[in-house]
Design a protein around this ligand. Structure first.
Ligand code: TRP
Ligand code: ZN
Length: 884
């Protein structure tokens, strides 16, 4: 009855509206791990905008028991059943379908559809998981109202949840019970969710801006109730923030967050019933780091904000994914920044965003999986939940705000909701709302959605001392055949005293700058090359270009070391201040790497100018600790690799370690002093100020531990033993592992303390996997550990992904043994969970950039995987990697 299919490519241009619309969906679940019965009653009506009379329902990995159309049982002659669809041809204009199917949640290791995790039932329907639960037109432009009846054993599954409001519950006899849920809002099928589980919750009544009381709940396993406070607090903060910043209110009487240990991604915005990876819910000072706390705040916010940007207004088709994801990431970024509140705190979050883009998005944009923010085609949509769609998508949204100002952006958002509430729309609709609300022509801006790759902006300058003119000549280049982008370039000019000069721009618009001050202007580069002239400039200034990282581009400008040092010590824009330090470091890293590759690691030198600059920042008490920490971190090995024509991972590692060791030695006194000055005694608090101090203190420790003497080792050991929180404890342990000193007893102590805390055991695997002292043999050995499993994505990612993605010098070991390891586990994981396997597959994306000997071994590994029978997910990634 069902046939195999080979991967097919789906194109955006082929979009057609659905032939039938669904008004209501009534779902009945008889839940049992091995055999769940799903009864589905849907009312459909022909779409006036479509001509076809064929009802096409999607269905995968489910067994059809029976179908009734308008009360009549259908026989196999009345429909066509393929491996992926059920089609009823020439249907009447109004149809009631009743469909009964079976599925086996306990056997579902893909974590898509209905599955079992630690004995409990959960669903994950985005993007195309609903079709693994029942037959349905499983596409986001079909929005319907849902009623859900859940039946299950009461002792095993005391909690029965679904979207919307609980309208009825009771006993069924024979130990079973039921709950009936109604979602008052129409929604696409990808936002459906159910949970049937043994869980407990922290709950609270919360008053909305309009005075309405709502019930907030955070559901977790019994032992985790001591780790729900921060998620609850973050949820309340999110609700307030969306009311204040965007005038958007919670539209339900009840909002639930549920944590699950087996989850493919971070979390999911199901209407009224957000389902979260435990990693983004559970935290207390003992188990979670500052970074974990920040992640919880961001993800709780993200999923909550989807209620408007994604749920109330959703996507017409999956090519528009960034419509909801780019916008919602931007919103969660702004939320996190506003929660810190200070300008310097905002800048620190901005720097983190730039680091993510360079670490992950620029490489993606330059590699075989490169795609525009709004892709034109895909084989498997799950492969397009990418840093490009999410983080570059957020940059695109941010550029609207930079171009239109905060108020203009808000006007655009208001118009977007006014026009499209309850609809499934496109990225063009969003852009039109921004343009129309502000009377602006944003036609050219569309290219940010349709053209892939990272544009390069080149700047040149000239100063005319007689006329007192300063010109900035900006030019741009994209990929061959591309049209120019509309690029906001925020600029300021520094005088010799380090102060911003007043700006008089002769041509182009003198808009208020990204930060709303007068010493930053946003230059709008729309042509291939443009000249911007500043008048009344009394001295040759140092230009600070692309302030606040105003566009996701690569900026080329021939800065001298002196100019960079000037910016690094004085720029009023913290992002460019940080950036100047990164440029100084990168120049040196590249030079040293070349030297190592050519002559080995002897006779390397690091100039005192650079070391002194680092010293100045480290000891500048006027700067936030969080900023100083970021300024002192050298560009990562991955980011250095992106700057090289032929990547030599060992040479990069050696060069970077040399720089770190040299800084550690030269600044030993200052590092130690800052280590002591930035302690955070007393009760742990994850606030930005305290977290920044811990970050700086632990960075000092890591520098001191590059080549530790006894005193430094003692320091780390003491910190490990006396730490009152996970941030300090794990940082101490990481510094020991990386130093190469004997850390076995500490690793054991750490494990024994936390063997009941899955998320901490993930850290235990992760810190070993990413240490440059851990080779592939050691990773294989860790896989033998009883706590290791491929079936839980968090665990697999902790060990395998941290090795392949965060340990480049070992992953690229000359003998290719780690590539073989990669191939083996891509294949093994693919049989369990294709989505996770496809993510691992991408570790080889940049294989063509390595030296020929490594390249050949990487190619062999890729071909080994390619010869297997693969999921669409992995097949797409491998095929694209091997294509020319
Ligand atoms: N929409 C989710 C988010 O942005 C992403 C997501 C969660 C997802 N789970 C998934 C995407 C599974 C694909 C598959 O937060
Ligand atoms: Zn999202």
């Amino acid at each position: 009855m069902r046939t195999d299919s080979s991967p097919t490519t789906i194109f955006r241009k082929d979009y057609t509206p659905p032939a039938y619309l669904v008004d209501t969906v009534e779902l009945g679940f008889d839940l049992a791990p091995a055999r769940t019965v799903v009864a589905n009653r849907i009312t459909l009506r022909q779409n006036p905008d479509a001509a076809s009379h064929d009802i096409v329902l999607h269905g995968e990995e489910i067994e059809l028991v029976q179908v009734r159309l308008n009360g009549q049982q259908l026989s196999e002659r009345d429909y066509e059943l393929s491996h992926a669809t059920l089609t009823i041809r020439n249907a009447p204009a109004e149809v009631v379908l009743e469909i009964e199917t079976l599925c086996a949640p306990v056997e579902n290791t893909t974590l898509s559809g209905l599955y079992v995790s630690n004995g409990n039932f959960f669903t994950q329907c985005e993007a195309e998981g609903f079709r693994r639960i029942t037959f349905f037109p499983d596409r986001p432009d079909v929005m319907a109202r849902y009623t859900v009846m859940l039946r299950a054993d009461k002792a095993a599954y005391p909690v029965l949840l679904s979207n919307g409001n609980l309208v009825e519950q009771g006993e069924l006899g024979d130990g079973r019970h039921y709950a009936k849920w109604e979602d008052p809002f129409k929604k696409p099928s990808y936002l459906f969710a159910l949970v049937a589980a043994k869980l407990v919750c922290q709950e609270e009544q919360f008053k909305l801006a309009d005075g309405r009381e709502v019930l907030l709940q955070v559901w977790v396993e019994e032992g985790n109730l001591d780790k729900t406070d921060y998620a609850m607090q973050s949820l309340k903060n999110s609700i307030r923030w969306d009311e204040q910043r965007f005038g958007l209110e919670l539209d339900l009487d009840r909002f639930m967050i549920v944590a699950v240990g087996d989850f493919n991604m971070g979390a999911m915005e199901n209407k009224g019933l957000n389902i979260f990876n435990t990693k983004f819910v559970l935290a207390n000072p003992r188990t979670a780091t500052d970074i974990d706390y920040a992640g919880i705040e961001a993800v709780v916010g993200h999923e909550y904000f989807h209620n408007w940007t994604g749920n109330r207004v959703t996507c017409r088709d999956w090519f528009q994914l960034s419509l909801k994801e780019g916008l919602t990431v931007f919103r969660d970024q702004e939320f996190s920044a506003d929660m810190i509140g200070t300008d310097s705190g905002r800048a620190v979050t901005r720097i983190d965003q730039v680091r993510t883009l360079r670490q992950a998005q620029f490489p993606e944009d330059a590699g075989p999986m490169s795609h525009p923010v709004r892709p034109d085609s895909f084989v498997e949509i799950n492969n397009f939940y990418t840093v490009t769609v999410y983080e570059k998508g957020a940059e695109v949204v941010r550029m609207y705000q930079t171009l239109l100002g905060r108020d203009g952006f808000r006007k655009g958002m208001d118009l977007y909701f006014e026009r499209h509430d309850g609809q499934a729309v496109t990225c063009d609709d969003f852009r039109a709302a921004m343009a129309d609300a502000n009377g602006r022509d944003l036609t050219q801006f569309e290219r940010w959605y349709s053209q892939a790759g990272t544009p390069v902006v080149t700047a040149r300058t000239r100063y005319d001392a007689v006329k007192r003119n300063f010109d900035i000549i900006l030019s741009q280049r994209g990929q061959p055949e591309q049209q120019p982008f509309h690029i906001p370039v925020a600029v300021g000019l520094l005088g010799a005293n380090g102060k911003d000069l007043p700006l008089t721009l002769e041509n182009g618009k003198h808009e208020k700058g990204a930060k709303g001050d007068e010493t930053t202007v946003v230059l709008e580069l729309t042509g291939q090359e443009q000249i911007f002239r500043f008048r009344n400039v009394d001295e040759r200034p140092t230009p600070s270009i692309l302030r606040d990282f105003s566009a996701p581009v690569i900026l080329e400008y021939d800065y001298t070391d002196d100019e960079l040092l000037h910016l690094f010590s004085q720029d009023s824009d913290p992002v460019n201040r940080w950036e100047a330090g990164q440029r100084l470091a990168m120049e040196r890293l590249l030079k040293l790497t070349k030297q190592v590759a050519a002559h080995g690691a002897n006779n390397l030198k690091l100039d005192s100018t650079f070391i002194n600059a680092m010293r100045s920042v480290l000891t500048d008490e006027k700067l936030d600790a969080a900023f100083r920490e970021l300024a002192l971190i050298l560009p990562s090995e991955t980011i250095v690799a992106e700057q090289m024509d032929v990547v030599d991972p060992q040479a990069i590692h050696t060069a970077r370690q040399f720089m770190r060791r040299t800084i550690g030695t030269a600044l030993q006194t200052e590092l130690l002093a800052q280590y002591h000055a930035n302690q955070t005694p007393g009760d742990y608090s994850p606030d930005a100020l305290s977290a920044g101090k811990r970050a700086l203190k632990n960075l000092c420790l890591s520098y001191l531990m590059v080549a530790p003497e006894l005193a430094e080792l003692k320091l780390a050991q003491q910190q490990f033993e006396n730490a009152s929180n996970m941030t300090d404890r794990s940082a101490a342990l990481v510094s020991m592992i990386h130093s190469g000193a004997e850390s076995g007893p500490y690793l054991k102590a750490f494990y024994d303390d936390f063997d009941n805390e899955a998320l901490v055991i993930d850290k235990w695997f992760a810190m070993q996997a990413s240490a440059p002292t851990t080779n592939v043999a050691a990773v294989r050995k860790l896989m033998q550990h009883p706590a290791f499993t491929l079936k839980t994505p968090n665990r697999a990612r902790a060990l395998i992904f941290n090795f392949t993605n965060a340990n480049p010098s070992q992953f690229h070991a000359a003998d290719g043994s780690a590539y073989e390891f990669w191939a083996e586990f891509v294949i093994k994981l693919d049989a369990i969970n294709p989505q996770v396997a496809a993510r691992l597959a991408r570790a080889m994306d940049r294989w063509r950039r390595y030296a020929p000997a490594l390249q050949a071994k990487m190619k062999q590994a890729l071909e080994k995987v390619a010869r297997r029978k693969l999921s669409n997910d992995v097949s797409e990634v491998i095929t694209k990697a091997l294509a020319n």
